[in-house]
Design a protein around this ligand. Structure first.
Ligand SMILES: [Zn+2]
Length: 575
């Protein structure tokens, strides 16, 4: 250890005076996704002079009834008047729910905020920023790095997860160490040979005063240790080997060690690799560039050349296990892709079946693929997929090594938090050492104690298509109406000077299924509209008034006859 680092350490081991630290989750406590945590340090407890670091900056996946909304991002309003005090954004790993919001948040908080990220996450972030036409100051860290920012002294700690290059952060302040234990597991037989840094973890536990462990808790409703990535090898290869026709594998796009396995087993069984979908293509290219995957040109077959190969000579790596509507797999299932799936094909879902907001989409796709005649294999009993999250024993090990004073579970829903708490009790920890904040609560640490007395206001920030900004309640309500009852529109060509209709009304409907079966009702509505039109029209003709009246009348009449409430859009065209 050089003298410089010794000095810094000394500075940090001074007993805290009145210094304070706030921890806030801008994506809400009790959420699995949209990870974004604020560590706000106040020298002498003076928060007007605070220093802020942000850990992770990820997207969330909207609830299934938020129609057409693509993503959700953390609410950064709290930081609006503190932008100049943000010292860095530190990323733990390259999953979308930890990096995906950077491109939305950086323009709001300031393009100059330095970002610290591991190697693979750096590549993913850069890729996304280039797509968005943005630039950022990214510093890549590794196992040996130390990040020193004013009152924060941060040591990244390597752990295992479903993406290589995943880290925990030991965040040291004058109050002691706050250990940010984001998504992790301990894989004792890692297929890339990279073990978690057990030594660093136990050193922190031994040498430091660990005030609080913020810990991933998603897998804590499972007993034992989380199975190793290596444990699926045999079953996974068996599934690929026994495929008689074409074999399709889908997984989380960023899970490059899973793709590495699929490629290896495919090749060993005489199959060449076809990459289908933008996100997998991108991930595999990055993995090749960084040396995680070795793939020769002759191992790959571009989609346009697949007809030159027999079905049992190909393995397809396909994006979109979660049923995202624009993904390759969804398009294949909907028949909108040049690749068709049919009888004799095998589709292997080597992927989780639970990510909030996506579960029903996954099973819908599995059903549809089965209907198309494909043999579908999906994650049962850890045979072809293992979780990237720790189970109870992984957590028990981390807690035993770190010996934190307090524990704050993150990255899980309430049931995971409760299971985690139960496990902590079994470890002999008392409930008053367990911090269970409400979604919007601020956890404030002062010397030797904490409180959750303050709150911030958190809105849902929804991202629609490529747009940035929030989708209001009205828009969501309209989309719900459209999804449930469809749309009904009437076009009226009007001579405003004469106050009369030039043509019979034209009725159009979408997703409102009476049109064919019920010509009678359609005719009735048509004559009603003409009658009402005459009734409402005056001279001079008030187009907006007539439009509203016709809309009101149609709403009533359609509801009376069908019991449904489609969105009604009368269109008056003046000629
Ligand atoms: Zn993750």
């Amino acid at each position: 250890m050089n003298a410089n680092i010794q000095n810094i350490q000394k500075q940090f081991t001074q007993p805290g005076t009145n210094d304070a630290l706030k921890i806030i989750s801008l994506g809400s406590f009790g959420e699995v996704t949209q990870n974004m945590f604020v560590y706000e340090f106040a020298p002498q407890g003076n928060f007007s002079k605070s220093q802020i670091i942000i850990v992770d900056c990820g997207v969330g996946f909207p609830e299934e009834d938020e129609f057409g909304v693509d993503l959700q991002i953390p609410d950064t309003t709290y930081l609006e008047d503190k932008k100049d005090r943000i010292q860095a954004i530190i990323i733990t790993h390259g999953h979308e729910d930890h990096i995906g919001a950077i491109r939305f948040v950086l323009p709001i908080l300031g393009q100059n905020i330095p970002i610290y990220a591991p190697k693979l996450a750096t590549a993913f972030i850069q890729e996304r920023l280039i797509e968005a036409g943005q630039k950022a100051r990214i510093n890549t860290y590794d196992r040996s790095s130390i990040i020193k920012l004013d009152n924060f002294y941060i040591k990244p700690v390597a752990v295992n997860h479903s993406i290589p290059d995943t880290f925990h952060l030991s965040i040291k302040t004058s109050l002691g160490v706050f250990y940010h234990g984001s998504d992790f597991k301990f894989d004792f037989f890692p297929i890339d040979g990279k073990h978690a840094d057990y030594e660093a973890i136990s050193r922190i536990g031994n040498d430091e005063n660990v005030v609080c462990l913020l810990s991933d808790c998603l897998g804590s409703d499972h007993e034992g240790f989380s199975p190793s990535e290596a444990s699926i090898a045999q079953n996974f290869e068996y599934e690929i080997k026994t495929g008689k026709g074409r074999v399709f594998v889908t997984s989380i796009s960023s899970n490059i060690l899973r793709w590495k396995q699929a490629i290896e087993y495919g090749k060993r069984n005489g199959r060449k690799v076809v990459v289908v979908g933008f996100s997998v293509d991108k991930a595999i290219k990055i993995a090749q560039e960084l040396g995680y995957i070795k793939l020769n040109k002759e191992d790959i077959v571009p989609i346009e050349r697949i007809k030159n190969f027999r079905d049992n000579q190909l393995i397809f790596l396909v994006a979109g296990f979660a049923g995202q509507p624009t993904s390759a797999l969804s398009k294949i299932v909907m028949g909108k892709h040049r690749i068709k799936i049919s009888k004799g094909d095998k589709v292997i879902f080597s992927s989780p079946d639970y990510i909030p907001g996506t579960t029903s989409g996954i099973y819908k796709m599995i059903d549809n693929l089965a209907k198309m005649g494909a043999e579908v294999t999906y994650g049962k009993d850890e045979a072809i997929h293992v979780s990237g999250h720790g189970y109870q024993k992984d957590h028990a090990l981390l807690i035993s090594l770190l010996r934190p004073k307090y524990i704050l579970p993150i990255g899980g829903n309430y049931r995971h938090i409760k299971a985690y708490q139960l496990m902590c009790q079994q470890l002999g920890r008392s409930d008053d050492q367990f911090i269970l904040p409400e979604p919007d609560e601020v956890v404030t640490f002062r010397h030797n104690r904490f409180d959750t007395n303050s709150k911030i206001s958190l809105r849902k920030v929804l991202i629609d298509g490529f747009g940035i900004g929030d989708v209001g309640a009205t828009v969501l309500r309209d989309r719900r109406t459209l999804a449930e009852d469809g749309m009904f529109s009437v076009v009226l060509l009007v001579d405003t000077a004469q106050g009369k209709l030039i043509k019979e009304p034209v009725l159009l409907s979408r997703g409102f299924v009476f049109a064919k079966e019920n010509q009678e009702l359609l005719n009735l509505l048509k004559s009603e509209i003409m009658e009402k039109f005459r009734e409402y029209v005056g001279k001079p003709m008030n187009v907006e008034f007539v439009r509203q009246k016709i809309q009101g009348h149609l709403e009533e009449s359609i509801f009376k006859h069908t019991g449904r409430q489609p969105m009604i859009l009368p269109l008056l065209i003046e000629v």
